[in-house]
Design a protein around this ligand. Structure first.
Ligand code: KPL
Length: 309
């Protein structure tokens, strides 16, 4: 199976490193100095401060944004995982249209809601899977990725039920890569569960400037949980079947614990002076809250502060 990884940031590079150790054929799209390292010297993966895995650039084909897309790679991927930021979504969508073969599968790990609808418009419901990840990773320097939290990749149906063999093969490659794929029958709940984690963790860890583990401190954790529960009210108003509040809070605690040494993606964006994903996260909760006439003061506050940073 030829798998395209579109967006070679922290999570994208983690996937490249792990999948390069399987028999999957890899096509990787990235830009800048980090992508130059991936092309010329490969990738070093530091696993939770213990093991170091060196990944050889001959194990993937690299496409650089700076060079444009060659004809030779057109319609060559059986499956694509878009791993870029929400702000890169439109550009990565165009790249994916070029790379994905007829009837190939596509999913995105971008944080926030609304991306899958755009994939369905572009590729058709039968080609789109819902997917999220709780793996935590960051890039201490170009060519290096720290896998700071071993989580899961959750995959499920979005609109189409997806029982075809290619989905099983795709999941098997992710399992061979030790990326812990897990099939979830309710794709909408899957996307919302990840959204709830991100609206709670990302802006607060971003403002604190600390690793995810700092949010486990009792007084901070209570506020983090309140932001999550405010979002859960909106999900339930939309008819999404979520677990009870206590289960949602346990999951939050668990993800914070597993990614305790990770710098969340919003903190990485703030530090690097890049746009954050706040628009697709807390601001989106406020927008949806307004539609239902449900107040979302905590999400409003975080959204305003992050936007004004
Ligand atoms: O998704 C993440 C992110 O940083 O965006 C978590 C799971 C919160 C890991 O930090």
């Amino acid at each position: 199976m030829r798998i395209g990884i579109v967006g070679a940031g922290s999570i994208g590079s983690l996937l490249v490193g792990c999948l390069s150790k399987t028999s999957a054929e890899l096509l990787v799209y990235g830009r800048g100095l980090h992508a130059a390292h991936l092309t010329a010297s490969g990738l070093t993966l530091h696993i939770d401060g213990k093991d170091v895995v060196v990944c050889n650039p001959n194990d993937w084909e690299m496409l650089l944004e700076e060079q444009g897309l060659p004809e030779s790679v057109q319609s060559s991927c059986d499956a694509i995982i878009m791993t870029g930021k929400a702000s890169a979504f439109s550009e990565h969508l165009e790249v994916s249209k070029h790379l994905l073969r007829n009837n190939g599968l596509i999913c995105t790990l971008s944080n926030g809601l609304g991306h899958e609808e755009r994939l369905v418009q572009a590729f058709g419901a039968h080609r789109v899977l819902a997917a999220t990840t709780t793996h935590g990773a960051y890039r201490p320097e170009p060519g290096q990725v720290k896998w700071a939290g071993i989580g899961e990749i959750n995959i499920g149906p979005f609109v189409h039920p997806h029982t075809e063999d290619s989905v099983k093969t795709f999941l098997q490659f992710l399992a061979d890569a030790s990326l812990e794929p897990r099939w979830e029958d309710d794709g909408r709940a899957l996307l919302w569960n990840k959204m709830l984690l991100n609206i709670a963790i990302n802006p607060i860890a971003g403002l604190l400037g600390k690793e995810n583990g700092a949010l486990l401190e009792l007084t901070i954790f209570e506020s983090v949980a309140s932001v999550l529960l405010e979002g859960a009210t909106i999900a339930r108003a939309e008819g999404v079947r979520l677990d009870d509040d206590a289960v949602l809070i346990d999951r939050l605690r668990n993800v914070l614990d597993k990614t305790r040494t990770n710098y969340c993606s919003m903190l990485q964006d703030i530090k690097a002076g890049r746009p954050t994903e706040i628009e697709s996260l807390n601001t989106e909760i406020c927008r949806r809250g307004e539609m239902f006439g449900i107040p979302t003061p905590l999400n409003e506050l975080l959204s305003t502060i992050i936007q004004n940073l």
